[in-house]
Design a protein around this ligand. Structure first.
Ligand code: URP
Ligand code: ZN
Ligand code: ZN
Length: 486
């Protein structure tokens, strides 16, 4: 009798903390053995010359979700998950987004239904909260957190989504009480509006002015304020999609002060700049996202933050709007910068880009790569150790990378439902050859091997005191006065 369903041999295993030679035995979707000479299996993969890594976790992506202005993303849970899988991911965490007036329960039921028969890899759902009514705060959220929706994003900008500071405090305090995590889109809405009005008055409508209106000051001010609000009530917070140095600095400072503040950044802040928005006609609309790509110095600051502990999570913020009237130009082909749909795609290119430019060029180690693209997200979002590592007992979520595979990114080779990629023409060295989720071969020989809807929903665990702390420092319970008011 064969001992394992699957055996991966001759590969070098890399986790967030170490690298070692080991075979991996998989039975019934779990890793059941690691070591040498493990024996026989139904299926053996020879990973000689390959890197054996935990499957990626994309912890921030917008899939089959309506934007604040009710534009549907181009990817549904099928195309989004297929694209994620081809980029080395075995789990992704899209959003169930509440628009004002909606019951959270309906929002969640709707997102679950959208995902159910489509996702090909495992998935959890964050919530987006735009309407924190008394019922949401006292009834819906506490029960949804218990059911595994343990993280929620709030916005400090976008007219139809933004919450005020008092509402943010209510949400943070609730999150603290229930062990949930608040993710914050930190940009000062008033600053953006103030600059936008003045630009538009002068006839500056082109896409490049999106980057001018979303000033780094709007981001750094809002980030500082959000951190202070979290500090007041001693709550955990993750600042999403950080694009520039001052916000990054505030996060690092907060972490050095032992606050449970986490930081996330994305490929667009390493590989794009505001110059990409400054192109002939409306071409720049392809790169309009919020916060916008900045400049070379900001890119350097973000690289530094990946290395020095500012950022724990590297996500795509995949927000796919096609370059047509269904997406970017929902308000017309010649819409002014503030009416262009915000967001860039990036699920499939997130890890290869970071691998090639980060690990390949010596900016980060392979272990840091694993931490940033998988393990830390599992820890922060309540999926660890089931997801995010290669240990006995964890799900067999494995990506076998070929570090020598050179590919030039082209829209046609990607599996999302987009009509462009912001990274067109970039040469990338290193790409996953085989992607395995719960022992199922998902991608092999550049082909999808699983059925639509075979991904599983992942209810997540709220944080217990100390549980989330391998990557941060303990809370001191009476650090401030606000915490006593909870
Ligand atoms: O521009 C972006 N990031 N669009 C997606 C929505 C969001 O803010 O995350
Ligand atoms: Zn955002
Ligand atoms: Zn986002």
């Amino acid at each position: 009798m064969k001992k394992y369903d699957l055996l991966i041999k001759n590969g070098m295993v890399h986790t967030a903390v170490d690298s070692f030679e080991s075979e991996i035995g998989v039975s019934e979707g779990k890793i059941t053995a690691m070591g040498q000479n493990l024996g026989h299996a139904e299926r053996v993969i020879d990973a000689k010359g390959m890197l054996v890594l935990p499957g990626g976790i994309d912890a921030h992506c917008h899939i089959e979700q309506e934007s604040s202005t009710r534009i549907m993303t181009a990817d549904d849970f099928y195309s989004g998950s297929v694209s994620a899988a081809f980029g080395g991911n075995t789990t992704f965490l899209p959003f169930a987004a509440q628009h004002r007036g909606q019951r959270l329960r309906d929002v969640v039921d709707n997102a679950r239904e959208r995902a159910r028969n489509k996702a090909v890899i495992d998935y959890g759902l964050h919530l987006i909260i735009s309407d924190p009514t008394q019922n949401v705060l006292e009834v819906e959220l506490p029960s949804l957190i218990k059911e595994g929706y343990t993280s929620f994003k709030v916005y400090m900008t976008y007219e139809m989504l933004k919450i005020n500071d008092g509402e943010m405090l209510d949400i943070l305090a609730l999150a603290r009480r229930h062990g949930a995590l608040t993710m914050v889109h930190a940009e000062n809405n008033e600053v953006i509006n103030w600059i936008s009005e003045r630009l538009l008055q002068r006839g500056y409508n082109a896409p490049k002015f999106h980057a001018v209106s979303h000033s780094p000051v709007a981001e750094s001010e809002a980030s500082r304020r959000a951190i202070d609000l979290a500090r007041l009530v001693d709550a955990r917070m993750l600042i999403v999609h950080v694009s520039e140095a001052e916000a990054a600095h505030s996060i690092l400072q907060a972490r050095n002060n032992e606050l449970s503040i986490y930081g996330e950044t994305c490929p667009q802040y390493l590989f794009l700049t505001a110059k990409d928005l400054d192109q002939e006609g409306m071409e720049g609309a392809k790169y309009c996202c919020s916060p916008p790509p900045r400049d070379k110095a900001s890119q350097e600051a973000i690289w530094k933050g990946l290395k020095n502990g500012t950022f724990q999570v590297f996500s795509s913020d995949h927000a796919p709007y096609r370059f047509d009237e269904s997406g970017k130009f929902h308000a017309g082909r010649d819409a002014s910068f503030n009416k262009i749909a915000n967001g860039v795609p990036g699920l499939e290119t997130r890890m290869p880009l970071l691998f090639s430019e980060g690990v390949g060029k010596g900016r980060i180690t392979i272990n840091e790569f694993v931490a940033l693209t998988s393990t830390n997200a599992a820890k922060i979002y309540g999926l660890y150790p089931r997801k995010g590592s290669l240990v006995i007992g964890s799900d067999a979520d494995i990506a076998i990378w070929d570090p020598k595979w050179v590919r030039t990114i082209k829209k046609e080779m990607l599996h999302d439902n987009m009509d462009y990629t912001p990274y067109e023409g970039m040469e990338v060295k290193g790409w996953p050859r085989v992607v395995i989720n719960r022992g199922r071969m998902v991608v092999e020989e550049e082909t999808l091997k699983v059925d639509r809807g075979s991904g599983e929903f992942l209810p997540r665990t709220p944080a217990e005191a100390g549980r989330e702390l391998p990557i941060s420092s303990p809370l001191s319970p009476s650090r401030n006065f606000g915490a006593k008011l909870l």
